[in-house]
Design a protein around this ligand. Sequence first.
Ligand code: KDO
Length: 341
Amino acid sequence: MNLCSPLRRRLVGAAGAATALAPWTALLPASLARAQGKVQLRVSTPAVPDDWHAKMWTVFKDELEKSAPAQFDVQINLSGTLFKQGAETAAMSRGNLELASPSVFDFAKLIPEFSIFTAGYVLRDPDHQQKVYNGPIGQELYKLVSEKMDVTPLGAAYLGTRQLALREPRTVRTPADLKGLKLRMPGSKEWLFLGEALGATATPMGFGEVYLALKTGTIDAQDNPLPTVRAAKFYEVCKQIVLTSHLVDAVLVVVSNKLWNSLNAMQRGHFQAAAQAAIRYNNENRVKEEGQLVEFFKQQGLRVDTPDVEAFRKTVQQAYLNSEYAKTWPKGLLDRINATR
Ligand code: KDO
């Protein structure tokens, strides 16, 4: 279709008018995008609007619009409103979703090698994480993801370092002090294993239910990076943060292979550059905020404790090394990760 046609001008004009109308007109942009010959790019994430890995999608959208004007219509769906947490990659292989940032735990479910990234105290810090994902190890694992899961990773975004937030304070020095604590973890066996390895009683629950569960006492605690504790307002319903730093977590920015295979080399370059800009934005802001939030939580009246992190590290690492997961890790992979500087 000729993009400069009078029809396009009428549609663009209609789009401007449509945004002024409410609320059924919210359905219009996708159909208008198709009518304009733009490729529809649906994004789905469980991230809440104020979290960095939600806001990074606006950076992606803006960058893509700059490099490939009027070619793509990026539709950002936050808070799990389009697909629920963990359902994204299946939706992508069915052709119902083009872009997402699923958890490394979602990849571990189908690619056992990936479970090394779900293990506590393997990645040392954000810098180590980015070097591992952006180097040869990341490339090898991304190839497996593309082959086995029908999506192409464009990069890994630092989700933050996971800490505990408790609704009632208690003394926590070592894993033994978490005995009997009902700790919410996202709902897969890899997550539950991590929660149990920390010494708690792990309870599966979707991200969207955590705030209320903390408020009502259905759970005693949850684990998430501090920026998410702020953005999802968990601090309003918790009295203590325990800085276990047990997982340097990531989400992968992925595009469905159906879409990826339809792009030409130049468009692929634009996607990669837009994803890198989005990841950079997320990583820089998240690292900066992690350095500021302890003070913020204290100002909000929370107690913030640093436990015996070495005791946690030893217990958790041992649990993984004795587990079925470690048996699936390719020979030498852990050493290669440890040696990455
Ligand atoms: C969560 O459910 O605790 C978690 O932090 C798990 C992550 O893998 C990721 O899915 C994240 O939620 C969501 O993006 C919401 O921030």
